[in-house]
Ligand binder design. Structure first.
Ligand code: G1P
Length: 290
């Protein structure tokens, strides 16, 4: 498989889990420490050698594209004020990657969102990153999949082991381990009931897929929740073209879950030397008062 140069990032969801914060601000623009959630996802792509980001977006989300563009007015203000470090930061965000956007005009599910990007992806293998899933530490998350996909010339999904009572929140794989941390996928099921899950290995929002996926996306009927599910289309790809799963390493935060979102803020806050001790003192106080 050729190097992966494009990633599809679906961002057209309502963000109901993040209400009321996401009422008028896209959930992808909520900050974790000093950056919006979506910037961490795009940085992971950039650090994995991906140059082209395709946002699948809707009419209320153009601020996401703007974040990765120049803001000349702001740059002028910073330049005149001599705030050159801040100028470099805001300019740097505009220079990270090429940005493309395609509209998902009806919100029919993750699979439908990916299908909206078909004409931009054309016949190249590509990555998909779910914007709520943040991965940190060691090899960038999507790079872990790209390395295996390119070496084995196979589509690859990223998985992590989850608690038995959490399997109904994820796509779950039915697979056999062929080498440490690498699985051959036999089947996948979207959000199974806890007692019917084929394993505890959950897809964590990272995929590297061959373009054949579009054929299956066009064939699948609405599945879980009445939506066009990417997981259902992956069943066809796994059965006919073969698919691997890679057990991902690193820390994962689900930015749509408040406790994980807040934990991610603390994680990054503690890594800032200027904040570390003050923040730690405050946290210790909170714990004492409890
Ligand atoms: C989506 C996918 C699911 C996957 C999850 C990872 O679900 O449909 O298979 O496990 O992302 O975050 P969602 O979280 O959009 O309901």
């Amino acid at each position: 498989m050729d190097a992966i140069k494009k990633v599809v990032i679906p961002v057209a969801g309502w963000g109901t889990r993040s209400l009321p914060a996401s009422k008028n601000i896209p959930k992808e623009m909520l900050p974790i420490y000093n950056k919006p959630v979506i910037q961490y996802v795009v940085e992971e792509a950039q650090h994995s050698g991906i140059e082209n980001v395709v946002f699948v977006t809707n009419r209320d989300k153009s601020v996401i594209e703007d974040h990765f563009d120049y803001n000349l007015q702001l740059e002028n203000v910073l330049e005149r004020a001599g705030k050159l470090d801040k100028l470099a930061v805001v300019r740097g965000v505009a220079e990270m990657v090429n940005i493309m956007a395609v509209r998902q005009k009806k919100q029919l599910g993750l699979g439908h969102a990916v299908l909206c990007a078909e004409s931009i992806i054309a016949n190249d293998p590509f990555a998909i990153m779910v914007g709520d899933d943040l991965m940190f530490g060691g090899t960038p998350g999507i790079k872990q999949l790209i390395d295996v996909a390119v070496a084995e010339n196979m589509s690859v999904v990223g998985v992590m082991e989850v608690a038995p009572d959490k399997v109904n929140k994820y796509g779950i794989i039915d697979a056999s381990e062929i080498s440490p941390g690498v699985f051959r996928v036999k089947n996948l099921v979207e959000k199974p009931a806890c007692d019917q899950a084929p394993s505890r290995y959950a897809i964590v929002g990272r995929y590297v897929l061959k373009p054949e996926i579009f054929k299956y996306l066009k064939e699948v009927k609405p599945g879980h929740g009445g939506e066009i599910q990417l997981t259902d289309a992956l069943q066809g790809l796994a059965k006919n073209d073969g698919m691997l799963a890679v057990k991902m390493s690193g820390i994962r935060f689900d930015a749509g879950d408040w406790s994980e979102y807040l934990a991610a803020n603390i994680y990054f806050g503690l890594q800032d030397e200027d904040l570390h001790y003050e923040l730690l003192d405050k946290l210790k106080n909170f714990v004492q008062f409890k």
